[in-house]
Design a protein around this ligand. Structure first.
Ligand SMILES: Cc1cc2nc3c(=O)[nH]c(=O)nc-3n(C[C@H](O)[C@H](O)[C@H](O)COP(=O)(O)O)c2cc1C
Length: 237
């Protein structure tokens, strides 16, 4: 009896240690507050609604991110709200940060996909909402007028992977955009699963040439992704 108790205690201790070493960091992977440099975030912050509209460029960076499409309280706690970064008082989504990095390098226009509906501020609630969207094949309405995508030859499309695929909002953007004459370079921001079926799913929705030279960025590595993104851009153009 005593021996059984000791064995149980040992198993319990091992389980607790395993949880602290492996489980906790995994659970907390979306709960990291990071201060990002204002230089990198500046481009995204000014890209609130639309392209810069000069009409002089054939390159555009399009992105979708939770920030700007979610009901974050003004004093949102970035620590408790998955994968948010702050620069000063500004919230920056991972995909927005990557899009800003690309745009800083290649220039051109930038466009942020915005949804009419707002996602919940809670990460796990957003995960549930997105699951329903996928199951119900929900047509997620987009806010504002979409840019005339037919004038661009190069499109950088930056998105978070949601449930192994592209968010429905991104699907709506692609379906309603004439990118027939464009090469589309995809960047997938992810929490560990890499690209899933994103690239293949984008190919199904557009007549544009979707390059197989895509890039994946792990969400926790976002703030250190500048060099990787810039290296990738040397080939992706
Ligand atoms: C609704 C939802 C579903 C997600 N599904 C996945 C997934 O299938 N695989 C994965 O690796 N990460 C997944 N993630 C994590 C995000 O892709 C990742 O944190 C990303 O960097 C978020 O980008 P954002 O800050 O631009 O929104 C999911 C996040 C959300 C909110």
């Amino acid at each position: 009896m005593k021996k059984k108790g000791i064995i149980l205690l040992v198993i319990l201790v091992i389980a607790v240690v395993a949880f602290l070493v492996f489980g906790l960091p995994y659970i907390q992977r979306h709960f990291n507050e990071v201060n990002v440099s204002a230089d990198n975030a500046a481009v995204t912050a000014s890209a609130e609604d639309a392209v810069d509209g000069t009409g002089k460029t054939d390159t555009i960076t399009v992105y979708f991110t939770r920030v700007g499409n979610s009901n974050f309280e003004k004093d949102v706690d970035a620590v408790a709200s998955a994968s948010l970064m702050t620069t000063g008082n500004e919230l920056v989504g991972n995909s927005a940060f990557i899009a800003g990095t690309i745009r800083n390098k290649v220039g051109g226009d930038i466009y942020s996909i915005k949804t009419v509906k707002q996602y919940p501020s809670s990460y796990s609630d957003t995960v549930s909402v997105a699951s329903d969207e996928l199951k119900n094949k929900e047509v997620v309405k987009l806010k504002g007028q979409l840019p005339d995508m037919s004038k661009y030859k190069t499109v950088y499309l930056v998105l978070p992977i949601w449930w192994g695929t592209i968010p429905n909002a991104v699907g709506e953007f692609i379906k309603n955009s004439d990118m027939d004459g464009a090469v589309i370079y995809t960047v997938i921001s992810h929490g560990g699963s890499e690209e899933g079926s994103c690239v293949e799913d984008i190919k199904k929705l557009t007549k544009g040439k979707v390059s197989d030279n895509f890039l994946t960025v792990y969400d926790r590595d976002t703030t250190e992704c500048k060099e990787i993104v810039e290296d990738w851009l040397k080939e992706a153009k």
